[in-house]
Design a protein around this ligand. Structure first.
Ligand code: MD6
Ligand code: FE
Length: 218
């Protein structure tokens, strides 16, 4: 918190292009943070967080869950999307209205006015947890962007190019920051460095990342 946190700033100063078709919008999620955090907690209560096992036999350090009509699964046989939560045998919870409205507004501001997500992934990072460089390529509709909202402790986000070995840029993602990317950047490699210790006033000793996707063609 600093003295100027409450002052309105011209939005163009808060929008940073980080790649072709990719924009970082600082603080866009701050206005609705309390309600969106409550919505995330209600999803976690219905579909508990789990550490995914990758097809390669590795257990990820982060804890994940999903909502929406299709949810991402990491299984011994590979990655896929499913309409059913295999743990409960039930459909995933619906995307709460406040999160749906937020994702559509963020995509529109980033230049993707037709985005309607059908899947939302919630990732929780505790101090030390990280996410290695990867591409998000399991969605059938790769024309749609991904909208990513950060809540809680800040993280260092690595954003690279279309090759795993390419150069990466580092961005600090703080509470309320939003990244939207699609178009030529849709398959860019990206990751999160190990989370530093801290305590966020609203979210506690953790970071929550909420990503919205369009998996099935509209
Ligand atoms: C994170 N985000 O911010 C990790 N993937 O914790 C992602 O892996 C990600 O932010 C696809 C699109 C946006 C993202
Ligand atoms: Fe990703």
């Amino acid at each position: 918190m600093d003295l100027f946190d409450d002052l309105p700033l011209p939005t163009e100063d808060l929008h940073t292009a980080i790649g072709p078709g990719a924009v970082l919008m600082r603080g866009l999620g701050r206005a609705g943070d309390v309600q969106m955090l409550q919505a995330v907690e209600s999803i976690i209560a219905q579909a508990p967080l789990l550490q995914p096992h990758t097809p390669g036999g590795y257990t990820m350090s982060i804890q994940t869950t999903r909502c929406g009509s299709v949810g991402w699964l990491s299984e011994p046989g590979g990655y896929r999307y499913s309409t059913i939560n295999p743990r409960t045998g039930q459909p995933w919870p619906a995307i709460p209205a406040c999160l749906m409205d937020f994702a559509i507004d963020a995509a529109t501001q980033a230049g993707y006015p037709d985005f309607v997500p059908d899947s939302c992934m919630i990732n929780q990072y505790l101090p030390g947890n990280k996410l290695g460089l990867h591409q998000d390529r399991d969605e059938r509709d790769l024309r749609a962007p991904v909208v990513s909202l950060s809540l809680g402790l800040p993280a260092i986000f690595l954003f690279g190019g279309l090759q795993r070995t390419g150069k990466t840029q580092r961005y600090r993602l703080a509470h309320g920051d939003v990244v939207v990317w699609g178009g030529p950047s849709r398959l860019a490699f990206h990751g999160i460095l190990p989370l530093a210790h801290g305590d966020h006033a609203l979210v506690g000793q953790r970071r929550l990342n909420v990503t919205f996707r369009r998996v099935l063609p509209a």
